[in-house]
Each structure stands twice: as structure tokens, then as C-alpha cells.
Design a binder for this molecule. Sequence first.
Ligand code: ADP
Ligand code: ADP
Length: 237
Amino acid sequence: RCPAMQTDCVNLYYGQKQALFDVTMPVYAHAITALIGPSGCGKSTFLRTLNRMNDYIKGARVEGSVRLDGEEVYDSAVSLTALRKKVGMVFQQPIALSKSVYDNIAYGPRIHGVRDKTALDTIVRNCLKLAAMGEEVGSRLHTAGPSLSGGQRQRLAIARALAVEPDVLLLDEPTSALDPISTMKIENVLLSLKKQYTIVIVTHNMEQAKRISDYTGFFLNGRLVEFDETARLFANP
Ligand code: ADP
Ligand code: ADP
């Protein structure tokens, strides 16, 4: 299995404070990688280094290498718009969902220049299906995002991220605010997506990592202290 992404000796500083130390990790293609570890150990910070979300944090500085299909993500010639199209992200609290279901999903494609109504309709329908919402939403495409349940909003966030056809999908604790049934639906969506996408998920839930991931990275105090196939990492000695 080849890595879609690879980090080498990544250090991250928030001002004077170092939050990541020498993190070297592959992100294998068409697999789910879970990042686990106690609160504050650097999981979210590491996730954000993969698509340069840290660029938005004042004082954050990265050293080392992050490659996507062999290309250096931190190269000054890299377009952030192009990078974020390839490496999409879903947050714990879904962002900017005030619009309708349709407009949420069409948002990214419109930014990338898709204007054709039929093309947008197709994208919206496909992404709803990928996020297991096709039937739930049905014809109610113009329902406002906020009127959906928490679990539906989070699946809408996934549909929205998929709409620009990323290669890699990053998720930061996407189920930590959800009930068990909504959590299970999201897990099933992620499992169904991994044939097509490369997925990295931050979770504080070890059971979730065991249930859905192929690889697990365990962080402690800003260091990646273990990385292995999930089945091996959690195997009883
Ligand atoms: P985790 O996701 O494992 O809970 P984080 O990556 O959020 O950990 O945080 C790692 C460390 O970096 C923590 O000490 C946290 O307080 C600090 N940190 C996270 N974000 C910022 C930020 N924007 N500015 C300064 N420090 C931050
Ligand atoms: P998480 O562990 O999911 O990152 P946190 O509660 O640690 O959640 O962080 C929530 C937000 O606050 C994040 O955007 C993070 O970057 C920011 N943050 C966390 N720690 C700090 C910090 N010490 N200084 C500034 N911002 C921080």
C-alpha cells in the first residue's frame, strides 16, 4: 500500500511553544487512519498540518516536510486553494451550515467555477448519496442546514467536503458531539468512502479507532509514539 501523504520530521510551534515534535508518519491511500491520544497531545494540530490549516493560526510555524503524492505541501509555489481542494476537512462543529442543503454542497464547486445548474444538481445528488443522506433529504434540498439534526448536519459537512472531489478527507472529532446512532451512521459512511478516498480521523474514542481504522497513530505530548496497523496495535499480547 503506498502512502498518499507522508510527513517527515514535522515540528510545529505556536509562538514559543512547541506542539509537535519530529512527527514522521505515512498516510496510506484508500485507508482510514485514526489519530488518537489524550486531549492536548497534538492530534488536531497534526491534522491541520496536512492541509495547512495552521496557516490561519497566528504565530503557528511548521518545520519539516509534508508531501501529498510526492509533492511538498509547504512549497511556496503551492496554491492553498488547490491544496484544500485535494485535501478536504470536516470539523467537530460543522462550519457555515446556515445555507440550504443544496447551497452547502454547491458551495465548493461554485468556488471552483462550476456554474452549470445540471452539473451542480448532479454533484449535490451524488454527494448526498455518498453521505447516506439521499433518502433522508429526498426532495427537501432547500431545507436550511440548521434545521437538520446534529448527525445529519455532520453528514452534510461530509457531503460538502466531498463536493470538490478531494483525494484526502480529514475529520477532526466528527462524532464527539453525537449520539451513538448518529455516530454509527457516520462510521458507516466513512467505511463506504475509503475505497475512493484517503481518510484521516482524529478521535478521542479508542473504540471508534478500533471499529473503523486500518492504521492508528497514537500521540502523546506532541509526539507520535506509536503507528501501526490498527489490528496489530490493539492486538492483545
Ligand atoms: P488535541 O487535538 O490532541 O487535543 P491540539 O492539537 O488541539 O491537541 O493541541 C496541542 C497543544 O497545542 C495543546 O497544548 C494546545 O493547547 C496547543 N494549541 C492548540 N491550538 C493552539 C493555538 N491555536 N494556539 C496556541 N496553542 C494551541
Ligand atoms: P481540540 O482538542 O479539538 O483542538 P480545543 O478545545 O483544544 O479542541 O481547541 C479548540 C480551538 O481552540 C482550536 O481551534 C484550537 O486551535 C484552539 N486552541 C486550543 N488551545 C489553544 C491555546 N492554548 N491557545 C490558543 N488557541 C488554542
